[in-house]
Ligand binder design. Structure first.
Ligand SMILES: C[S@@+](CC[C@H](N)C(=O)[O-])C[C@H]1O[C@@H](n2cnc3c(N)ncnc32)[C@H](O)[C@@H]1O
Length: 360
């Protein structure tokens, strides 16, 4: 089960199928269910926040507290030996050092998430002979190897075991961060949409800590990746994070006046500095349309841009500057609802319709 942020489910399914990680068996709210490919081919999907093995599933336990007994039965019936052997086969460890459980449910219940977590967690800890760290007192559990997830969706109670030590959204490369830095699975999804081909030149004109370029390089190691930012702290963070990426370069420049020739960039990936956390500076301050004008200027006629913007109303400016949206998907991101948008340059003399049809 790949868990992802809301809105990324179709892209996560696309990644799983395209990278031959498995056969997709269903898409749900924030999840993609799939039959994983043989362990030898296994890598974690980058668009996922977390990847779990399905441990057990029973009909939803209902609203009342008495239903919690069903969760104890679910836990007692698990074949833990074969579950842990499967976990080991997919790169996790075969022994757990503890138990932590995160539960969520749809609909009103006469119990809370901690009640459900504690029933499962204490039963699992007893069976495995390891400690259980409850989340009830509000302190997040320490990093221990043994993360379980329970969902109650009205139809099923589903119990899952994380394959890795840590959630998949945490990236080893991300050692430095800045305010407004992008959640890596969203950057990975944008990189998939950008569909970079070998040798292509990819630009992030306000690269911050470099997340988009690094994820794009992971998706297409044979591309060339250039990032710019005005903030020295952002550039320092990007250099730290991109230390292991040979094809990623960053430098100081203003996204409203890029040091690039017209028509020299194949792909743009960016989340521009509009929004609560980061302000547009330099030549973009008070003039966001400059951003679109520069993107349009530097893109090749067959290029495209994939951007994350807080408000699709901003697309009016993009369209005015000759960029045509070919894909819009709203996502849920820590309480905000930005949209991932792909745009292509409008062809000069009315030929754009073909391009748009092809992109769909
Ligand atoms: C939302 S953040 C980008 C986050 C980045 N994608 C990441 O994952 O870390 C926007 C960035 O735009 C930069 N910025 C603001 N005005 C700029 C300008 N005129 N030219 C270039 N970068 C600018 C900010 O310094 C900030 O790093």
């Amino acid at each position: 089960m790949a868990r992802c942020i809301r809105g990324l489910e179709p892209i996560a399914a696309t990644e799983i199928l395209r990278a031959e990680l498995g056969t997709v068996t269903g898409l749900g709210h924030r999840e993609v269910r799939f039959q994983a490919a043989p362990p030898a081919r296994w890598i974690e999907p980058r668009t996922a926040d977390d990847v779990f093995l399905l441990a057990g599933r029973i009909p939803d336990i209902g609203r009342v507290r008495a239903g919690l007994g069903g969760l104890a039965e679910l836990t007692a019936a698990l074949d833990l030996d074969s579950l842990l052997a499967r976990r080991r086969a997919y790169g996790g460890r075969g022994r757990l050092t503890g138990v932590e459980v995160s539960a969520s449910f749809l609909g009103r219940r006469n119990f809370n998430r901690y009640d459900a977590e504690d029933v499962i967690g204490s039963a699992l800890a007893r069976r495995l002979g390891v400690p259980y760290r409850s989340r009830r007192d509000g302190t997040p559990p320490p990093d221990l190897d043994g993360g379980w997830r329970l969902t109650l969706d009205g139809e099923h109670a589903t119990l899952m075991l994380r394959i890795g030590l840590r959630p998949a959204h945490r990236r080893d490369y991300k050692r430095a961060t800045i305010p407004g830095t992008l959640h890596p699975p969203v950057a990975a999804a944008m990189a998939i949409l950008a569909d970079v081909l070998p040798g292509q030149r990819v630009l992030d004109p306000c690269c911050g800590a470099g997340t988009l370029l690094i994820e794009a390089e992971r998706a297409q190691p044979l591309g060339r990746f250039q990032g710019y930012d005005l903030d020295p702290a952002a550039l320092r963070a990007a250099r730290v994070n991109a230390a292991g990426s040979t094809a990623v370069r960053v430098g100081a420049a203003d996204a409203g006046d890029l040091p690039l020739a017209d028509g020299s960039v194949d792909r743009v990936v960016a989340n521009p500095p509009w929004g609560a956390q980061v302000r547009a500076g330099g030549r973009l301050a008070g003039a966001p349309e400059r951003w679109w004008a520069e993107i349009r200027r530097v893109l090749t006629p067959t290029g495209s841009a994939v951007v994350l913007i807080p408000d699709t109303g901003d697309l009016a400016a993009a369209i005015r500057y000759g960029l045509v949206p070919t894909y819009v998907q709203q996502v849920s991101l820590f309480g905000s609802r930005p949209s991932v948008v792909r745009l292509v340059p409008r062809e000069p003399s009315g030929g754009s319709d073909d391009r748009i049809r092809r992109d769909h």
